[in-house]
Design a protein around this ligand. Structure first.
Ligand code: ZN
Ligand code: ZN
Ligand code: ZN
Length: 372
């Protein structure tokens, strides 16, 4: 469904009032795509319709996860204790690869519902009748290792592995890789705006103005891109507007704060922040902490491998300039000496340009696989 609304009258009125321009899409409720509705409720589809993007699962431009609804005779126990149920998959792990190879069509269901409860069915083990319910299933560990999620590695330290596994949050997971996908779950856009105080919009504007639109963490100045500068409540209480509790942060630094799993960052936003950081000389320098702070979260799994193996620290957001046609490509990660780089965007012309100039261009997962 497409809504055609003439907004020119509204725009004239805005100009007359001298009001600040707010992105219109955030005011008008976008019609929800039927695919999103289907995926929200769990959508059965054959495995060969699921594609892999940087090791992650994708359907129609959306990030998804896969699970099996049919729990047979183990349905009761899975409803009671989700960890006893079948694991859900978030990446192209070995289990899924084998399934594909064997052409085995387990009835996988795709969803991007991040509520954490999965609709399952099976047979009631006491009565033998059909049983339906919801289970809080756990994530597949092969999947975590495959993408090195938060540094999870099958050979890694048990304590770290256990921490990553037990604290796994679907919301955090989906936001981590938000820059890989062209669509984002509609529900994610909802924020708990009701818990903000009534004067929040004004106060937030004032704080950002007073600090010169500078991110307090990485130092990038976002005067030209004000919407990418947020004001963060350090203690997590959105109604606590004590000045000491408020901190201006760019959208990228903001999503890296604890419990900020709801913050989706588009790749174009990330690229913009990265470009401004470079222009303003906010560079990562030669420290891993700095690289982790400035790099797209979607590259953190890969970075953890490089860090563990004491490999060379990459340059974040290096701008490759082609002298011939003065095209600039922002490289998400670059090892200039070896002319190796990671590109998140799948822009074919950028890739071609770099390859022709002798660069080796990798996707995030490609380089993880190469170094596993
Ligand atoms: Zn898996
Ligand atoms: Zn920042
Ligand atoms: Zn915050």
């Amino acid at each position: 469904m497409r809504l055609e609304i003439d907004l020119s009258g509204l725009e004239d009125a805005r100009k007359r009032m001298g009001a600040e321009l707010v992105a219109l899409e955030s005011i008008f409720i976008k019609p929800i795509d039927p695919i999103d509705v289907a995926l929200d409720g769990g959508y059965e589809l054959p495995l060969d319709e699921v594609v892999t993007t940087n090791g992650l699962l994708e359907y129609e431009g959306r990030q998804i996860l896969l699970y099996i609804q049919d729990h047979g005779w183990r349905c009761n126990e899975a409803i009671e204790d989700g960890s006893l149920g079948k694991k859900f998959h978030i990446s192209e792990c070995i289990t899924l690869t084998v399934m594909r190879q064997k052409n085995r069509f387990e009835r996988y269901v795709a969803t991007h519902n991040i509520g954490g409860f999965f609709k399952i069915h099976g047979v009631d083990k006491d009565t033998g009748e059909n049983l339906k319910g919801e289970a809080e299933l756990s994530v597949c560990k092969n999947c975590l290792a495959n993408i090195r999620y938060q540094g999870y590695s099958s050979r890694g330290n048990w304590t770290i592995k256990n921490k990553v596994f037990s604290s796994f949050s679907l919301t955090k997971f989906f936001t981590t890789y938000s820059s890989f996908f062209s669509h984002m779950p509609q529900r994610m856009a909802e924020t708990a705006s009701s818990s903000y105080s009534a004067d929040w919009v004004e106060l937030s504007k004032k704080i950002r103005r007073d600090c010169g639109y500078k991110c307090n963490s990485c130092g990038v100045v976002l005067e030209t891109e004000k919407s990418l500068l947020h004001v963060h409540h350090k203690n997590g209480v959105k109604s606590d507007n004590a000045i000491s509790n408020l901190e201006p942060l760019c959208k990228d630094c903001h999503r890296k704060q604890v419990d900020h799993s709801h913050m989706f960052v588009w790749h174009k936003e990330m690229a913009l922040i990265t470009r401004l950081r470079r222009e303003q000389g906010v560079s990562p320098g030669q420290s891993w902490d700095r690289v982790f702070a400035l790099a797209d979260e979607a590259t953190h799994g890969l970075l953890s491998i490089y860090k563990e193996n004491s490999l060379e620290i990459p340059d974040v957001g290096y701008e490759y300039t082609s002298v011939m046609n003065s095209v600039v490509v922002v490289l998400d990660l670059a090892w200039k000496r070896n002319k190796e780089c990671v590109l998140i965007s799948d822009d074919i012309s950028d890739k071609k340009l770099l390859t022709e100039s002798g660069w080796a261009v990798y996707g995030v997962q490609e380089l993880i696989d190469k170094n596993q």
